[in-house]
Design a protein around this ligand. Structure first.
Ligand SMILES: [Ca+2]
Length: 380
């Protein structure tokens, strides 16, 4: 089921791209905040600060304008290369009003309380893995030991690529020949171990970067196979550029998506978007300073800092957020969702390499790559 799910997820996302369903931040000048959470040792509490940026980006546009991080650019402009060829439109994003703290970010005790400024709800911490010690807690997670051939991925998922140390778990992406694959990645799954219906699911993580990287944090329903079970992609990132097609500066943005099918779908109809398959991209976020252009580099990456990636999932909707910024939401009262998003879900955390969506790593990809997770929490 998992392999099928990942496979179809990838296919869906290709189709989304093919439909030019670009992230909202690609097409409009928007506001955003980056919270400067910092990596800490196991014994330290997370420091969640905020930063203003005013770094000038060397981003001279066709009409001679220079955009600066932190400024609002109200219109898209067209970039030219040194050859004078028209390229993709450049859109800059800016930071909104900053908040000085994220409620609950430092709470690591089950029973602790927090108030969400995003939904206005109060939550109690129900579960946490803070990744203490030196081994993965197998009461919470099962590491994968397989290759995802269905998805076209180029990696074998090795348990050895999951390393718990200094209060974090790191999922490594390596270039190494192993069991017929050119790369190795990692995957850990909480199925039959940690499963919740509704709540605030979140992680504090620092993502990998570069062409071919495909880190994700997602959930699937415990009953029935995919897509009947429902899938919530809390965070997926497609690393860097694909060489000039669409995913410029992919290291700076992530997407949130749900997948499901009508409960009465059959094997013949459940995987067909023209029949009973359903999916909604309900969140897409790019860091401030993001530029959708192959000609601009050096933009802040999600790999540069720890960020909180999460959802607030209730009986009526799912909200996507990063840090204290709402990214999007989707209504889940549609009768066709009565199975998929109204049953307990388990979590999956994986670093995949290659595959139909990100494509293969190239000469710019740095190895090894690290997907570092400080904690994962579930609040209700
Ligand atoms: Ca930790």
């Amino acid at each position: 089921m998992k392999k099928i799910a990942v496979f179809l997820c990838g296919l869906m996302l290709i189709s989304v791209v093919g439909c030019n369903n670009q992230p909202a931040t690609d097409t409009n000048t928007t506001t955003a905040t980056t919270i400067g959470a910092q990596s800490t040792s196991a014994t330290q509490e997370q420091t969640v600060g905020t930063q203003e940026q005013s770094t000038t980006v060397a981003d001279t546009t066709a009409n001679g304008q220079t955009t600066t991080k932190g400024q609002t650019t109200t219109n898209s402009v067209v970039a030219t290369t040194t050859k004078g060829q028209v390229q993709q439109p450049i859109v800059t994003t800016t930071r909104p009003k900053l908040q000085l703290d994220i409620s609950g970010a430092n709470i690591k005790t089950v029973g602790g309380k927090m108030h969400s400024t995003i939904s206005g709800k109060n939550y109690t911490l129900k579960w946490i893995d803070d990744f203490e010690g030196t081994t993965l807690n197998t009461n919470n997670w099962t590491p994968s030991n397989d290759a995802n051939y269905n998805n076209g991925e180029l990696n074998y998922k090795r348990p050895e690529n999951i390393v718990v140390k200094d209060g974090t778990v790191t999922l490594f992406g390596k270039k190494e020949n192993y069991k017929g694959k050119e790369y190795t990645g990692a995957n850990m799954v909480s199925k039959n171990k940690v499963e919740y219906r509704y709540g605030k699911f979140e992680m504090l993580a620092k993502l990998p970067y570069g062409k071919g990287m495909w880190p994700a944090f997602w959930t699937m329903g415990v009953e029935e196979g995919w897509p009947w079970c429902g899938e919530i992609d809390i965070m997926e990132m497609i690393g860097d550029s694909d060489g000039g097609k669409w995913n410029f500066n992919g290291d700076s943005k992530f997407m949130a998506t749900i997948h499901w099918c009508k409960p009465e779908a059959t094997w013949e109809t459940a995987y067909d978007k023209n029949k009973d398959k359903r999916e909604i991209g309900f969140g897409s976020y790019a860091l401030p300073g993001f530029v959708n252009s192959p000609d601009v580099t050096g933009i802040e990456k999600l790999a540069d800092k720890f960020h909180i990636y999460g959802i607030e999932w209730s009986s009526t909707k799912i909200i996507s957020y990063i840090d204290n910024i709402k990214v999007g939401e989707v209504d889940i009262t549609d009768p066709t969702m009565r199975v998929a998003f109204h049953q307990p879900h388990y979590m999956l955390v994986n670093l995949s390499i290659g595959g139909r969506w990100p494509g293969a790593p190239d000469e710019t990809t740095v190895f090894p790559q690290k997907y570092i997770i400080d904690w994962i929490k579930i609040w209700q």
